[in-house]
Write a protein that binds this ligand. Structure first.
Ligand code: CP
Length: 312
């Protein structure tokens, strides 16, 4: 297979294992490109991409912009905070006005789950979901799985525990779908109040004790408590959360094996992981960020190939 089965990247649940493997093989090539002295290829000189961010972002926004520029695409950036959205313009009107400027692809982060799917049904452009509420964050899951593959050789057969606020996390859901499609075994660990009720129904194990979860896994993906999505208290205090679900170097060193520690960022140092864990050799947090550019280049390149193929 040399092309994706989809015209948009709206979520991991809509793509196949073959799509993911194609993205990884393409990312391998782009990873080599971005380590050259000249980090740019002319592949997408005829493509214009709009980055629409209706929610805050550091890593995803910069990573997409860099990936687009490394591919020589024309790039426009839109931030809701400084736009006419503030004057009441709808999402479809905003996007159609941007598309009227001959834009081929839209990368969108939005607080509402399903915003990317909605947009893909109403506008004539390829849509990449850069995070929609607590629903999906597909490129984060792809770069996470790519980083596991890089560190451990393969994702198939690996045991991965996702720790923390699963309920409010788009990263958790996309990671679960991607890891399962690639043949990994997945468990979650966190306060009962922060685990979705459907979790067992999607084939994910639950472990309430962090030490037991870490003894079981090859990889621990540590998630931030997403206070911005909480309107009530889900655990007594941050101190108690950290005591039960925070990873310290002492805890890691006391395990009977060396595990890989991941974090999608932004990190709350001293809450879900201590600084000595975040900065340790076991943590691949900055590898994830670096791989994000190559993986996003691959996604953009493969979707743009479909645009060009559909035009011919
Ligand atoms: N991992 C991630 O999505 O980070 P940002 O919110 O900074 O983009």
């Amino acid at each position: 297979m040399s092309e994706l089965s989809v015209n948009h990247l709206l979520g991991i649940k809509y793509i196949t294992e073959a799509d993911i493997q194609l993205i990884f093989e393409t990312a391998d090539h782009f990873k080599e490109v971005i380590n050259r002295p000249i980090k740019k290829v002319p592949s997408l000189r005829d493509i214009t991409i709009a980055n629409l961010f209706f929610e805050n972002s550091t890593r995803t926004r910069l990573s997409f912009e860099l990936a687009e520029k490394r591919l020589s695409a024309d790039v426009i950036n839109f931030s809701a905070a400084s736009s006419s959205v503030k004057k009441g313009e709808t999402l479809i009107d905003t996007v159609n006005n941007i598309l009227a400027m001959k834009v081929d692809m839209v990368v969108m982060r939005h607080p509402n789950p399903g915003a990317g799917v909605f947009l893909s049904q109403h506008v004539d452009a390829s849509i990449i979901n850069a995070g929609d509420g607590a629903h999906e964050h597909p490129t984060q899951a792809l770069l996470d799985c790519y980083s596991i593959r890089e560190r451990l050789g393969d994702v198939a057969g690996k045991k991965v525990v996702i720790v923390g606020d699963i309920l409010h996390s788009r990263v958790a859901l996309s990671n679960i779908f991607a890891l399962q499609k690639l043949g990994a075994e997945v468990k979650v660990c966190g306060p009962k109040t922060l685990l979705p009720k459907f979790i067992a129904d999607i084939g994910v194990g639950v472990e309430s004790d962090l030490r037991t979860a870490l003894e079981w896994c090859d990889v621990a993906n540590m998630l931030r408590v997403q206070n911005e999505r909480m309107d009530i208290s889900y655990f007594p205090t941050t101190r108690e959360y950290t005591q039960q679900f925070g990873v310290t170097k002492t805890l890691l060193d006391s395990l009977n094996k060396e595990i890989v520690v991941m974090h999608p960022g932004p990190i709350n140092r001293g809450v879900e992981i201590t600084s000595d864990v975040a900065d340790s050799k076991q943590a691949i947090i900055l590898d994830q960020v670096q791989n994000g550019v190559a993986v996003r280049m691959a996604v953009i390149y493969l979707l743009a190939s479909k645009i060009k193929h559909n035009e011919n």
